[in-house]
Design a protein around this ligand. Structure first.
Ligand code: B12
Length: 443
């Protein structure tokens, strides 16, 4: 079969003021450029599990109008998140009209498989690896089912090396490797890999090193982004992992939780192994905002007193910190904008990310807000960008949240504030005595 692997790609925001702002503010533009072009690791992984008998081609689609004419194929396999799912449906409809069988996978259709079936022949709900070969065989035999659902979490020690060779490295400024799936914490709003797997799954460290080696065969000096949700939950695995990545001599970025700040030995190892930045979800600087957002043990609330010290603990090791805040949490009021600005001024994280609370389908947050009648436009998936408000906050109006986001963004991503944070970072690194490379300050 000729299989077209199609990644719905690019970044999105509908809020026009924010989009205009993003085009002009230095801190925002820099971060946007860094993340705007990443390939679909899910599809590259499935390509690696595809028998050689099949011809595989990989496409990235930002603007569906540009996919004209459609590539010739027997099976079009789409990967999409929520924000672009409607564009994906339009494209899938076009392929079907041309007589091509279509399949859609990814986080969105995992949450609402029946919705997707109106626009494609097959949906994969959950991790793709356990079902992909069977699905291909069924399509060839004309016996494909409508929904494929793995019956157990995928064992990451069996993960294939993603087909990085399908990519043109000139298109990217970093490439991704995944070292784990799932997360022990249950943040109410999380729409990431906990929607795919209930368990925390780790990939053996030597496999991660082998994947980076494969990446280096197309791009000798890559910047590696770990597509993880929480890399270092298991500290034993974390040490093996960091040592393995270090042996590949690359620079890298990852996402983890704030407990990393309690482990100076691991931070020192990470710095020496090329880690340049970690992203940490602080969510809110206020106890009231944090109360209840991690639904299992209220873990984040229990950490808030150590948030400020955590920034310094990480950055004195020469590792930049991207502090992430979610605006519009139920416990936060209109003073949250000022609180975030103050937190950032007092701690100088190298990067800061502000987004609005977003009810993604499949999350406990979505179910709760829907039941409370607080979703403004149910099914307006195009607003699931993390920047567009599609729910009624508790302690402020929708307009106040939108205005607060834009104004805080204008302040935090201004040249002055960006320079301040970068200077603060350099001071913290100098105080910690870690040697930073010039490149460390432009992750
Ligand atoms: C890399 C990344 C991107 C890349 C995406 C590249 C791409 N085309 O895949 C870029 C930078 C383009 C991007 C953009 C955006 N992103 Co993003 N991104 C990520 C990130 C960091 C890693 C994703 C990843 O690589 N996962 C690893 C792979 C292996 O997993 P996977 O894609 O889920 O694939 C598995 C299964 O889902 C399934 N599968 C997936 N596709 C298919 C297809 C088929 C045919 C089959 C059979 C199976 C299958 O099998 C795979 C293997 O098991 C995550 C956060 C995180 N830490 O996970 C956020 C994340 C996915 N992004 C998110 C968001 C919100 C966005 C944006 C809306 C941001 C914006 N404002 O523009 C856009 C949306 C773009 C879009 N297409 O809709 C949310 C999505 C939530 C959701 N449910 O939709 C996440 C979870 C972050 C978050 N804060 O919540 N992003």
């Amino acid at each position: 079969m000729r299989i077209a692997l199609i990644a719905m790609s690019g970044v999105r925001a509908h809020n026009p003021e924010l989009t205009a702002l993003g085009l002009s503010l230095p801190g925002f533009v820099e971060r946007g450029k860094t993340i705007a072009s990443l390939p679909s690791l899910g599809l590259l992984t499935l390509a690696a599990l595809t028998d050689d008998r099949h011809d595989v081609a990989y496409f990235e689609v930002d603007d569906i109008a540009e996919m004209d004419p459609l590539p010739e194929c027997d099976l079009a396999a789409f990967s999409t998140f929520t924000a672009q799912v409607k564009e994906c449906y339009v494209l899938s409809d076009r392929f079907r009209a041309a007589g091509v069988t279509t399949v859609i996978g990814g986080l969105h259709v995992t949450a609402v498989p029946d919705e997707a079936l109106a626009h494609c022949d097959i949906v994969v709900a959950g991790e793709g690896e356990p079902v992909w070969s069977r699905l291909l065989a069924d399509v060839e035999a004309g016996t494909a089912e409508e929904i494929y659902r793995p019956d157990r979490p995928f064992d990451l020690s069996l993960a294939p090396i993603p087909r990085y060779d399908l990519l043109d490295p000139a298109r990217y400024n970093r490439l991704t490797v995944q070292t784990q799936r799932g997360c022990p914490w249950r943040c109410e709003f999380c729409a990431s890999s906990i929607l795919l797997t209930p368990r925390y799954e780790m990939k053996p460290a030597d496999k991660v090193a082998a994947e980076i080696k494969a990446m280096k065969s197309i791009w000798p000096d890559p910047f590696v982004e770990l597509s993880d949700d929480n890399s270092f939950v298991n500290r034993h695995h974390a040490r093996d992992l960091v040592a393995a990545i270090g042996s590949e001599n690359v620079q890298w970025f990852t996402e983890t939780d704030v407990s990393i700040a309690d482990d100076p030995d691991l931070l020192a190892m990470m710095h020496d192994a090329g880690c340049r930045e970690v992203l940490v979800g602080f969510e809110s600087p206020n106890s009231a905002g944090l109360d209840g957002i991690e639904t299992k043990r209220n873990w984040k609330l229990g950490r808030v007193d150590r948030y400020r010290a955590a920034v310094e603990a990480v950055q004195t090791h020469g590792i930049a910190l991207n502090a992430c805040f979610v605006l519009g949490l139920d416990g936060d009021g209109p003073d949250v904008f000022e609180s975030v600005a103050r937190f950032v001024e007092e701690t100088d994280p190298f990067d800061v990310q502000i987004t609005v609370l977003t009810p993604f389908p499949g999350t406990p947050l979505y179910a709760r807000l829907l039941a409370e009648g607080r979703i403004l436009e149910p099914g307006a998936w195009e607003l699931c960008t993390l920047f567009d408000v599609n729910y009624r906050p508790v302690n402020m109006t929708v307009e106040a949240l939108e205005r607060g986001l834009v104004e805080l963004g204008r302040h935090l991503y201004s040249q002055e504030s960006t320079d301040r944070r970068r200077d603060g970072f350099k001071r913290q690194v100098a105080a910690g005595g870690a040697s930073t490379l010039a490149r460390a300050v432009s992750p």
